[in-house]
Write a protein that binds this ligand. Sequence first.
Ligand code: ARG
Length: 597
Amino acid sequence: TIIVFSQSVSERSGDWSSHMCNIMGHLEELFTSTITRTFPEIDKPIVQIQVSKHADYQCNAAMTMAKTLKKNPREVGETVVKNFPEDPVISKLDLSGPGFINIYLDKEFLKQQVTNIVLQGVTPPPTKRRRVVVDFSSPNIAKEMHVGHLRSTIIGDSICHLLEFLGHDVLRLNHLGDWGTQFGMLIAHLKDEFPDFANNPPPISDLQAFYKASKKRFDEDEEFKKRAYEAVVKLQAHDPAHKKGWEEICEISKNEFQKVYDKLKIRITDRGESFYQSRMESLVKELTDAGLLQEDNGRMVMFGDGGEIPLTIVKSDGGFTYDTSDMACIKQRIEEEKGEWLIYVTDAGQSEHFKSFFACSKKAKIYDPAKVRVDHVQFGVVLGEDKKKFKTRSGDTVRLIDLLDEGCQRSEEKLKEKERDKVLSEEEFKKARDAVAYGCIKYADLCHDRTRDYIFSFDRMLDFRGNTAAYLLYALTRICSIARTAGVKKEDITEEAKKNPLVLEHEKEWKLARTLLKLPDVLVKLTEDLYMHPLCEFLYEVSSVFTEFYDNCYCVEKDQSGNIVKINYNRLILCEAVATVMEQCFAILGIETLEKM
Ligand code: ARG
């Protein structure tokens, strides 16, 4: 059975002119509704749409259904095809093999979608807008922000870009570690070193060294330890002088963190653990009243219902912990922020902590999985090129600022090796240097399965071949320069796209168009598990398919002496669509693109 739809796009229902269609999702819906209509006895059909070699897509549902229906799969497939509604996205369905349903996309629809990219940019598929709270970066005050925080920053920022692009209401939060017992020793040390700290901000240039010095005293000097302990009590009792010292230390740290955020262009709102102090107090009361806490060697702990390790809610000295703050925090995000989706981006080492406090907040009826989605987005460890934990030669934590600076220096060398300094102005060169450096650092992190450990290597990430930001950013500038060197302006291309229907003929043109139109499905998929690497794979695929197209199809024809003989506007429209799609992908990855490099 072959069914061919004959009407043209404009005559049919379904309006894809205002946004891009997530084709696979759309096909899945069509198949599901057709199957439930055709075979009511099948309760929840499992419909999986796959990319196909013979057609555009394929649906294999007939095979599994045939078993349940005790029918021949071919027959089941034929019935589904016969009952299929007309749809602007599909031109034809047919059967092959034992009952594969082949799906052919409508060419007018495809052309219209490509044209729309050029005229409207990449428009996200319609999504239900949700309030999302993304907790990422979250370094600890007075300690060094390390490569783990860098990963959290890069992955978290990219997730925010994705969700913002899809139209969600995203709150980006920096859950700074600004409320631990370490503040006792820091303040006690501050009082000794800079007695006048309340009037004169202490000139601490190296907070890391300051931290180390106070830690040393804390570990070796009993009298100091006692004073440190008193300082925490006073701080938590809101004593003004202690509060001031705390604020000053936080200030110094935050300024350091901000340097990293500025370089990487990260937007984030500070809301540290200290924000939850009063909420922790009332939470503990609530949990106690509800009988959810139990004593264990002087501390108060809470168990979830799934056999997770218990949370320590109150320490034996009466103090609160990381667990207490996360319990108060999830409550605040759900009840006060009206969060419908909570995302936490940290290293995989914390997964037990997240399991425990998700379970406990469920048990305490703070979090209801039917109403709120929570995700612990975890990632692996960063390793050095020696495959050992990422450290400096002397074994210290690598300072992020130093790492970013080294990236810029390496990118500068690389660009000079490629003689880019000879073609770019000084300003353009600097811009390229930074964009390549930070782009490469981000891309190297995002382009593989985040749960795996990864080897940090400047040589590898700055390679101009393969799946790297250096290569892809360069590829994009090349695509953008095709029209420019032919003297065609962007407006000329959009004008052309508006006036004349797009014509696609060459097999490679079609392949490129079909590849571009996968983007909405890729984006929808990303939201399901919050793995970002498929977007990088897509970006790389686009650039590879583009190369195939460009090698086979002239966009601008020149004669022997280099004069332009013919400009193929259809192909320039295609180039423009490719550039738009690539730019959108980079924007979601948090990577700045360049016009020249
Ligand atoms: N400050 C923590 C760390 O450095 C990360 C905090 C993550 N967020 C949270 N709500 N627990 O590991």
